[in-house]
Design a protein around this ligand. Structure first.
Ligand code: NOJ
Ligand code: CA
Length: 678
């Protein structure tokens, strides 16, 4: 995989004498980065000749060495250009072009110790990435402790910019409703942090290839300057490294409009190629599960009369999966440890021992005889030492039973991940600190040894590592469907119209769409149930990309509406290409995607609480081909509040020359399959 098809490389190394600044532009010349050593090392960005990121500081501070920053000047630069294409084993598009100009800027200062560092910038047409590269040197030769990353992102006219954000360093990790405010009112936020400048340009700050480093969140300093705010270890140190280290890439995606952000491959391009030689065992697909029943309190994870994960219930789900073409059945609550308040059971979970009413061998054999695999589950409730001690045995057991995918869970409040250190002392860590960054990746690497793919819930945010470890197949990392079962409030109508422009820029999400019965608490309880129409639930399968998609509702609710369920059966999860074709953050969004295994295209579009009509030209369809458009759209009187189910299913013959006018109800949507006819 990741085959380099074409590389054009030019290399220029030059010492810089008395230079105060150097520049590098994107291949299309729209983005220009200026790196300067005037006063302190800094960078700034213009886009379409307009100030975008103004002079922003660069540097690192350490516990035992002097700062890399103040007093340093540019010593030399190296330039390079790349234009190559690589392929994803699975993904939203098969081929990805990596076209960028690079500059490596070496800074130094005349002193004996801690006197040099490099910053590598890569400038693409869709944004930039830069990272620190700190060579081994006197003062930074071992046991390096970073106490402050000085990186800044100084935003042009922050009071006139609009931002969509969730708070960082909070108890609920990444599971918040998004805030929409002017950028000047932002305090501490997670990335991807997306905002729109007064001139309409859209930007998103994030990071790529977060490996062996603390997650970067942002904190606003005086006057619209966002500063890197690394999540600390339990002892207060931010990052612990050995000599000769690099940081993750700090990224800024930049586009003239909101849709441009959605079509960016910048994050993946800044990750390393796959470390897995054989990826044939990594399988995109669709699944159902013993899951929603627990979330709506019809079943329990723990033992007893309402226990969901029984042998007979699992067989019933496997029969359902086989009948309707699903690849897997997720089963939660089969292993010992769920009784009582399971979210406090991190110390007692056993990952190999089943409850008496669950026969792992019998259910997996039953499933495999019908072409359906069990999807495993490891809920840690945040005790990662207990999990680590059992991890190999647990993966090995699953592998013996044909399991190829495991969903993991780290339900614990922010800052309360429990670990026992090398001296036997209990420590509590953040989900996004360096310790957990390493722990999550350890889990992925171990799983790969057993040919198992991982879908991490309560994860560290995605930073494109699926390119390097394609068995990291999905994660949660935002409010998903589960909040529509018990969240108070549940997900708002705008939530799914914000996610594509924020959380989804980082990578696939296991949102688990597909609620067909909105009235499990009665349709009148407007505030605490799914705030969408049925057609919007279908649209989510195309809008929110994931190589694994769940049909999360109960089988009986799908069997009660087979015509609508047909779309979920048809929609693929692996794409030849994907194109965002319309959208404004928090208002509406439309994606078109071509199935990898056929000429069929799919379209998903959804809106916030505003009903609207989208006029969408079908230019994305293959020229000279005819398609049958199978349209699932909101009915004339549909609206999420008191008429969520009214849906029109209709067929039309179309070509790339046609334009569709698609009415969307309040919090409504549309899902279309374009079936190739010739
Ligand atoms: C939280 C996960 O997001 C959810 O999907 C799962 O059912 C529970 N944890 C239990 O593991
Ligand atoms: Ca969760």
């Amino acid at each position: 995989m990741n085959k380099i098809l074409l590389i054009i490389t030019t290399c220029l190394i030059s010492p810089v004498i008395f230079a105060k600044s150097v520049q590098i532009s994107s291949p299309d010349n729209k983005i220009t980065v200026t790196i300067s050593d005037e006063k302190i090392p800094s960078y700034s960005i213009t886009f379409n000749n307009e100030a975008t990121i103004t002079s922003s500081r660069l540097g690192l501070r350490f516990k035992k060495a002097a700062e890399l920053g103040e007093g340093f000047t540019i010593k030399s630069i190296t330039k390079n250009s790349v234009d190559s294409t690589w392929q994803q084993p699975w993904g939203e598009r098969k081929s990805i072009r990596d076209n960028h100009n690079e500059i490596l800027v070496s800074f130094s200062t005349p002193r004996e110790q801690a006197n040099k560092f490099n910053v590598r910038f890569r400038v693409f047409n869709d944004g930039i990435g830069f990272r620190y590269e700190v060579p081994k040197q006197v003062g930074l030769d071992k046991n390096i402790e970073i106490t402050n990353e000085l990186t800044e992102f100084a935003i042009e006219k922050p009071a006139d910019a609009t931002a969509w954000w969730i708070p960082s360093r909070g108890w609920n990790r990444y599971e918040y409703l998004y805030n929409t405010t002017d950028l000047a009112s932002v305090d501490r936020v997670h990335t991807p942090f997306t905002f729109k400048l007064a001139n309409g340009h859209h930007l998103s700050i994030h990071e790529a290839a977060l490996v062996d480093y603390a997650g970067m969140t942002l904190q606003q300093m005086r006057g619209g300057v966002l500063k890197a705010d690394l999540t600390p270890w339990s002892d207060g140190i931010l990052v612990k490294k050995q000599a000769n280290f690099t940081t993750p890439w700090r990224t800024i995606q930049i586009s003239e409009n909101a849709v441009g952000l959605l079509n960016s491959d910048l994050i993946l391009n800044l990750n390393e190629p796959s470390k897995l030689a054989d990826t044939s065992w990594i399988e995109p697909g669709k699944y159902v599960g013993i899951w929603w029943g627990m979330h709506i309190a019809e079943n329990t994870w723990g033992s007893g009369e309402k226990h969901g994960a029984t042998t007979s219930e699992t067989k019933r789900y496997m029969d359902f999966a086989a009948k309707y073409g699903f690849d897997g059945v997720l089963v939660e609550g089969w292993n010992i440890g769920w009784d009582g308040d399971w979210y406090n059971n991190g110390d007692v979970f056993n990952f190999s021992k089943a409850y008496d009413d669950f026969d792992l061998k019998a259910v997996t054999e039953h499933g495999l005889s019908k072409g359906v695999r069990l999807i495993g589950h490891h809920e840690t409730s945040g005790n990662v030492t207990n999990y680590r001690n059992q991890m190999d045995d647990a993966f090995s057991l699953y592998q013996q039973h044909g399991v190829r995918q495991v969903k993991t869970g780290y339900v614990a409040d922010g800052g309360k991940i429990k670990r026992i250190d090398e001296n036997g002392i209990v420590r509590y860590e953040w989900h996004d600190g360096q310790f957990m960054v390493n722990e999550y990746l350890h889990n992925i690497k171990q799983a790969a040894k057993y040919k198992i793919s991982i879908n991490t819930h309560e994860p560290i945010k995605d930073t494109g590592l699926r390119r390097t470890y394609p068995n990291w197949i999905a994660r949660e990392g935002a409010r998903g469907q589960e909040y529509n079962a018990w969240g108070s409030p549940p997900n708002s109508p705008e939530h799914a119209a914000i996610l594509p422009f924020t959380r989804m820029l980082s990578g696939p999400m296991d949102f688990t769409p597909g609620t067909f019965n909105m009235g499990f608490k009665g349709l009148d309880e407007k505030s605490d149930r799914p705030q969408t129409t049925l057609a919007k639930q279908l649209a989510l399968y195309v809008v929110l990309y994931s190589p694994i998609q769940m049909a999360s509702d109960l089988p009986r609710n799908y069997e009660a509406n087979l015509p609508a369920f047909q779309f979920i059966q048809d929609v693929p999860t692996d794409w030849q290409q994907s194109k965002a074709i319309a959208g404004e953050v928090g208002k509406y969004v439309a994606f078109a995607r071509q199935e990898r295994a056929s000429d069929d295209w799919y379209l998903g579009a959804l809106t916030n609480e505003q009903a609207r009509e989208l006029t969408l030209p079908l230019h994305f369809l293959t020229k000279d081909k005819r398609y049958q458009a199978q349209i699932y759209r909101d009915g004339e009187k549909a609206n999420w509040i008191d008429n969520p189910y009214e849906m029109i299913i209709e067929q039309k013959e179309v070509t790339a020359m046609d334009t569709l006018k698609l009415p969307l109800a309040t919090s409504g949507g549309v899902a279309i399959r374009f079936k190739s006819l010739n």
